[in-house]
Write a protein that binds this ligand. Sequence first.
Ligand code: ADP
Ligand code: MG
Length: 579
Amino acid sequence: MGQIKELSDNIINKIAAGEVLERPASAVKELVENSLDANAKVIDIIVRDGGKTEISVSDDGIGIQEEDLKKAVSRHATSKLNENNFDRIKTLGFRGEALSSIVSVAEVTLRTSAKDNSEGYEMKIISGEEKYCKPIKKKRGCLVRVNNLFFSTPARLKFLKSENYESLLIKRLVQKFSLIFFDVQFNLRINNKQLISTVPSNDKNWKDRFFRRVDNLLGSEFLENSVELSEEKNNVKIFGLIGLPTFNYSNSNNQFIFVNNRIINDKALNSIMRVAYKDFMFHDRFPQLILNIQCPHEHLDINVHPMKNEVRFENFSFLKSFIISSIRLKLQFITDKPSVINSPRSLNRNNTGDYQTKLSLKEENTYDFESVEQKKDYIYQNYDIESYPLGHARSQFHNNYIISQTNEGIVIVDQHAAHERIVYEELKDNYYNKKINTQILLIPIIINLEKLDLDVIENKLILLERYGLKIEFFGSTSVIVREVPAIIANCDIKLLVEKLIQEIVDDQHFDSLEVQVNKICSTLACYGSIRSGRELQVEEMNNLLRKMEQTKYSAQCNHGRPTFIKLDLNEIEKMFKRK
Ligand code: ADP
Ligand code: MG
């Protein structure tokens, strides 16, 4: 260590580059944001070798004036921020450090014109040093070509992943931009291969243009398996497509979340989605969704993260409950709706056409449970049993599927999935209302455990008692199960308790009470439900159907699979050419 010196601009820019540019995709993000801020309508992105040897972004935006050229590539110089708008920034960029960072760690060629008469300039900068600036002919707009990114910061270069992976991140990024800026044309070429080419549609209605873009980028499957969400409260708007729980994934790559059109990658927002779907999906699955949150700029702090991946909301708890309740309401509505497999629409499933109709038709299949309320205290009378939404059970086949006849057709029920939802909802209800009916086991069950596991669960046994499971220590290496919730008394208790204890042991940082209740009830329901393979009497089947009609979200089990499917009589008759 020597005397304290002020750092040179070059070093300062390299330090900033370390924060702003994590990898090639971050450079693409900054350049595309600049093009969008410049009102570009067409943006061409060319990438080679995962962005390591070349990234080039060109646009037809407003371009950079001659007198601003040098400022554009110098640190903390921006045309977007001033004393008055700091608290309500509308542009994607505002920090004025992207171009200066990029030019400090690469070889950059910048071509631009801000004029209609093709008078433009070309500037070359290598590792922060300007090599030349000369007049050229150029259409209005801006082209930034970045070669050998990070060549002057070898440490960063070393940490990049394979070329394919870096390319994939760039592709996903451009996909996100195109989803949210659906009126802009994006062309992405990676190693001479055209990976994305999105021409805006000329539909009048912006929603149609958005749906078409989704279809173009993510395929018709995404649209067919989601519903539109559009809500507004306290000046906050949320709009997007939320996926049916039955259409779920093992990772969150199909979740696209935006805030005021910004691409956001925020854990807090992601966890909101998890909570919103938690009763509809197994906890290790992820829904697909596109959600744009629009809130007044002054209620948002976007100056949180150097890569602008995170934002802070003035009133996060309001936003959280607003999003959760909106999604849940929508899901409740769609999951109370059976999958109709032979409706005219689903038969034509692959005919891409009018997306609006597709979406609204989906909502037409609503399952009407109100009418169920009125029939809650029904008298079991065969003559009108078919008028119940799930009809009259006629038989069981393959020891798991109940076939019932309704006035409108036939319903096929997956007995295990259906029972699981019923048990789950009932257990939860009972837990919260503190009215669990338990059953004392005639022959208590002893379960041997590892000493370590016993220590871990020691103070958790009290907790399980609140769910109706009475378990006590028994000797130094076992527990004894004495009581269980009556609703699951017939299941394999040993297997269930072993599984529950394992979950408690594995999951030390037990989440919020609600998550905890859901997890435990979900395990209890999964193990405590009628297994597929069990033969049911007609009366038992009908009881199950009536229970389903009275249970929330009963069109799906809590793993997100459908519990029943409806075949429409009209359509059956058409299939047999009777109509
Ligand atoms: P910021 O975007 O935060 O302002 P940048 O370093 O990314 O900072 O860009 C600096 C300035 O260069 C911008 O404020 C803008 O005036 C100009 N600029 C950069 N890219 C473009 C572009 N594609 N078209 C027009 N102007 C641009
Ligand atoms: Mg910028």
